[in-house]
Design a binder for this molecule. Structure first.
Ligand SMILES: Nc1ncnc2c1ncn2[C@@H]1O[C@H](COP(=O)(O)OP(=O)(O)OP(=O)(O)O)[C@@H](O)[C@H]1O
Ligand SMILES: [Mg+2]
Length: 305
């Protein structure tokens, strides 16, 4: 399923003194199979954008009392926002939002805050029962077991445990299991590694790679961590003040150090090291993953390893 957004704009509390423009004419295509990153300073519109992807925020034209703006004489025709996710046209009132949510799994920031059931099993099964009301008990159990195992937890050891008795990283994995249990084609995660220690972060990113491809075709992550983006993403979109400034593969994006600094963003450590070497007159050509950076440096040294 390809995601195609055209001219999306969004204002919170329009017409009130608290009106806040969160998206401003955003157009972006995310291809099926990508591991896509969304970056940008705080308040730049990242969460607002991803909330559109499963219809949590609806386009005006998909709402009941929508009236098409009329073209004024002598003026260019009004820009029509549109959003398509695979076969789902989210600008249409007739969209099957229920079907869409089964295909687009959404993991919010700090998803463990939403755990509520008495056992890990019940929590993960809840996500499934919402969508598969007629599923037999055995099938539910098999699906829940598979989801708990794919997030890296021992099913037998955790299924009857209270989610509140688990560590922070484990809780987050249970929350992710509760979303991926329906096998969504697209998995969207808002800051999946936020607040975890370095090991917890590493485990979450390893988990997302395990899921990507086999379990969920496309993964979209919002992240503040440029190393994470460089290491994991096929492309990343940079948001600033509700607009997309760049949508590029890390290899091209992190050459734009000055531009990113000007937007209040950082660059990955590999990009900083590349700049430091450049100051000493040494050019390195890498895609900003640690491995490719090390390879590039070793190549300069004449292939030693
Ligand atoms: N519920 C809301 N009510 C009013 N304004 C909001 C609401 N949510 C977001 N905004 C405003 O919309 C703009 C974009 O917010 P958004 O949450 O999409 O940014 P973000 O890039 O996800 O930020 P962060 O990195 O802090 O999570 C900001 O100016 C924010 O203050
Ligand atoms: Mg956010």
């Amino acid at each position: 399923m390809t995601i195609t957004a055209e001219h999306l704009s969004y204002v919170y509390h329009p017409g009130s003194p608290f009106a806040a423009k969160a998206l401003d004419d955003v157009s972006l295509t995310i291809e099926e199979g990508e591991f896509f990153g969304i970056i940008g300073h705080t308040g730049s519109g990242k969460s607002t954008f991803v909330k559109h992807l499963n219809g949590l925020i609806r386009l005006p034209s998909s709402q009941k009392h929508y009236k098409k703006p009329k073209a004024k004489k002598g003026m260019p025709s009004p820009v029509v926002p549109s959003l398509k996710v695979g076969e789902y046209d989210l600008s249409s009132r007739k969209t099957d939002f229920y079907g869409l949510r089964k295909k687009v799994g959404m993991v919010f920031q700090y998803p463990e805050a939403q755990l509520f059931a008495e056992t890990v099993f019940e929590d993960v099964a809840f996500g499934l029962k919402n969508f598969e009301r007629d599923m037999k008990e055995k099938e539910t159990e098999a699906a829940v077991k598979a989801a708990i195992e794919v997030v890296g937890l021992d099913y037998a050891a955790v299924k009857d445990v209270s989610p509140f008795d688990l560590s922070g990283g484990q809780k987050r994995r249970v929350a992710i299991a509760g979303v991926i249990v329906t096998k969504p084609e697209i998995l969207v995660l808002d800051e999946p590694a936020a607040g975890l220690d370095p090991l917890g972060k590493k485990e979450i990113m390893a988990l997302l790679h395990r899921l990507h491809g086999d379990w969920c075709k496309t993964v979209v992550i919002v992240s503040h961590d440029m190393d994470e983006i460089a290491e994991n993403c096929t492309r990343a979109a940079v948001f600033s003040e509700g607009k997309i400034v760049y949508a590029l593969p890390p290899k091209e994006l992190f050459l734009k150090a000055d531009e990113l600094f000007a937007l209040g963003l950082d660059i990955p450590l590999t990009a900083k090291l590349r700049l430091a070497l450049l100051k000493r007159g040494i050019e390195t050509d890498c895609d900003f993953t640690v491995d490719s950076f090390v390879d590039a440096v070793l190549k300069k040294r004449g292939g030693a390893s």
